[in-house]
Ligand binder design. Structure first.
Ligand SMILES: *[C@@H]1O[C@H](CO)[C@@H](O)[C@H](O)[C@H]1NC(C)=O
Ligand SMILES: *[C@@H]1O[C@H](CO)[C@@H](O)[C@H](O)[C@H]1NC(C)=O
Length: 339
């Protein structure tokens, strides 16, 4: 994304309209086995998640009855009107002796180093003045498929990737499988959601078919409404696990997702919209105004109210499903098998 950020900053300087762009930090809210979108009411959910955003996150988040912005009392994101929840699976290191250790997230080294883990969130509009429509209350979606284990399967989702960070600014060289070698600064997981919506349904049985990818740069007639591209960058602190004498003897890489995937192709993400009032639309309409926060701690966006990352760090949620994640584990939480 660095190229786009640099391009956006350069475009502002030149007075050119680069399209809407928000980029902000969301600290870790909670790590637990809950998934109110895919497994509502199920406690614990099959696999472990790392969750950021508003503290209304719960075992059920009913689309029709839950008013997220008025239920949440804090958010771990820097825009204080954003009570959305953003979550992904979690990563584990599997040592040569077969035991597992939880990998932690860390604040994005590109400007958000003081964040207590979590992820960077982007909302990207199309270039130029094209209208981009904010999501509506009750909107939610997923992208990716935890059952996928091959590159051919993952082609269904064009923009779910891994960046092997040798330095904080490593960009490019994204892969759709786990990096095969050590990554000095960690592994950045990039999850980009589709940008077209059917304009009617806030959710769908598979949590995906109400959204679609553009075709030749245009939203298809079945999904005509251009929505912002929700994009997660999660930096996993894999550096403590770079001793190759502990990597598998066959030379394969040692990381596995909490749902047992050692290939990386099962990469997926979940999103539940929870912005207050028209705040997201306001920010999108202000166009390039929120692009300038490349290296700063605070979100500088005149259209939005913001808190510092230090304040955002204070918004956490008590786990509702206790899980032993300390030390070396004989198996993945929930007994997930590695395959
Ligand atoms: C979570 O849901 C339960 C009932 O399902 C409710 O009692 C509790 O207050 C909720 N917690 C939050 C933080 O909304
Ligand atoms: C497994 O390997 C790890 C990493 O070297 C080590 O710390 C741990 O003690 C080992 N556990 C067992 C049961 O051998």
């Amino acid at each position: 994304m660095l190229w786009k950020l640099v391009a956006a900053v350069a475009a502002i300087a030149a007075g050119v309209d680069a399209g809407a762009m928000l980029r902000f930090s969301c600290s870790q809210l909670v790590v637990e086995r809950l998934d109110p979108l895919v497994n509502p009411g199920i406690m614990p959910s099959p696999h472990l998640h790392q969750v950021v955003g508003g503290n209304a996150f719960n075992v059920t988040m009913d689309r029709t009855s839950l008013d997220i912005p008025s239920t949440a009392t804090c958010t771990s994101c820097t825009p204080t009107e954003d009570f959305s929840n953003y979550w992904t699976a979690t990563l584990f290191f599997r040592a040569r002796n077969g035991t597992f250790k939880a990998v932690k997230t860390k604040g994005n080294p590109l400007g958000y180093g003081v964040a207590s883990g979590g992820q960077t969130v982007y909302y990207l509009g199309p270039q130029g003045n094209a209208k981009v429509t904010a999501f509506k209350p009750g909107f939610r979606m997923t992208v990716g498929d935890p059952n996928f284990r091959t590159a051919a399967q993952l082609k269904k989702y064009p923009m779910l990737t891994y960046t092997c960070l040798q330095t904080a600014t490593t960009r490019g060289g994204e892969t759709t499988n786990f990096p095969k070698d050590t990554c000095k600064e960690g592994i950045m997981v990039n999850i980009r959601f589709p940008t077209c919506w059917d304009g009617v349904n806030l959710d769908s049985p598979d949590h995906q078919s109400h959204t679609a990818y553009p075709v030749s740069g245009k939203c298809p007639s079945t999904h005509p409404v251009t929505v912002p591209q929700v994009f997660y960058e999660t930096v996993w602190d894999t550096a403590p696990f770079n001793d190759k004498s502990q990597w598998p003897a066959d030379g394969s890489q040692p990381f596995v997702w909490s749902f047992g995937d050692k290939t990386g192709y099962g990469i997926h993400g979940d999103y539940v919209f929870g912005w207050k009032g028209d705040s997201l639309q306001r920010a999108l309409d202000s166009n390039s105004q929120c692009n300038s926060d490349l290296f700063g701690n605070n979100l500088r966006c005149p259209a939005l109210k913001a808190q510092s990352i230090e304040q955002a760090n204070k918004c956490t949620k008590k786990v509702s499903v206790k899980e032993n994640l300390e030390g070396w584990l004989a198996e993945l939480p929930g007994g997930m098998m590695v395959n």
